[in-house]
Ligand binder design. Sequence first.
Ligand code: AMP
Ligand code: MG
Length: 426
Amino acid sequence: MTITQMTEETIHKETSCMDDRDPDSILPEQALARIIDTIVAITTTESIPIRDALGRVLATNINAAINVPTGRNAAMDGYAVNAEDLPTAGLATLQRIGASFAGKPFDGALQRGQCVRIMTGAMMPDGSDTVVIQEHTSATGDNIRIGRDTNPGANVRQAGEDIAIGDLVLEKGLRLTPADIGLLASLGCAEVAVTHKLKVAFFSTGDELRSIGDALDAGMIYDSNRYTLHGMLSRLGVDIIDMGVVKDDPTLLEAAFKEAATVDVLITSGGVSVGEADYVKETLIKQGQVNFWKVAIKPGRPLTFGKLDATYFFGLPGNPVSVMVTFYQFVQPALRKLAGENKTLDLMVKVPCSSRLKKRTGRVEYQRGVLEQDATGRMVVRKTGAQGSGILRSMADANCFIVLPIDNDGVSPGDMVDVQPFHGIV
Ligand code: AMP
Ligand code: MG
């Protein structure tokens, strides 16, 4: 640690986590921009069966090799007819000559005055171009009476109506959802090219940390950050390397940094404030480069970002809520960009807040909230109890962040606020 000669004046100038204005802090949007500008997406890819591709990032555009649907088929149950036979006045009687089922088409063609019983999804017989729905017909044996309720061409799905051969269906850089996988299956794609899985290592720092199963002596706490990080990383589909707990000892930290040299991203928690046992930033300065180390946010101001050779480094704060907030706001977009994803999550909605929120100007705050419907069915947000950065309960009870801008100085019930739904990441 560097020892600074302190005078009364310099003591008052030191910024603590209690202060809201800090000249060393950069704005969160600057921090995110620096991260996104620094990170270069990986280019190595692999081809995998589509069933395994959920949550992976597409490495190529997917263009349709077939039409969907492949041929004309019925959109409703009824009778396939020739539009010329639709009555212009009164009723018309057509002769039923057979049936077409999904997967069992009618073998033949319609002549004028004829119709074919047809089920949804069944191929339209040659000579037919319209389906008269069952409810608009009446039958006496094979004589089918139809009225004037049907427009020519109605209730037929045309070949290639959903997707035509050659259409761009899924774009490179898309993180695949269950719907995308279904779409690939509907096009007959067995395998798909995706970017390789990122290798992400993490460890916790702190002499006070104990692993689950160990006794908690006075002053010790269980390490929860490795578990929340493991959970958040699992949802991003990366290969996870849990390096355990590293004591607050510069030599051990240096060794752990070296051990992580081959991973794409290293994440640590704790040891980034200005306490005497906070060695993470120093170690990064020694072995790599620091891009920034303080962001004007609450919780989570002491956030370090940098590089260790080819490995991107995030030094998250130690407090459990700060870990989750900084992961969600900064690490998650970084991992998405690195994995080749071309979109980041930026869903933000404005809703009235039903709670009173305390805040001082000087930092962007990510308070934890519950987005829900009020008695009238309108979406509102309320806070989840006490908002201390160590109170993981505030996060567990939440389904969104309430994002309060830097100049906001508190929220009264009824005020409009910006809300970021978690939608499955944290
Ligand atoms: P630090 O940033 O190391 O000063 O830690 C800030 C606060 O977070 C302290 O109260 C730590 O005990 C707590 N903390 C640090 N690491 C963890 C962890 N892995 N799990 C739970 N709490 C932690
Ligand atoms: Mg610590």
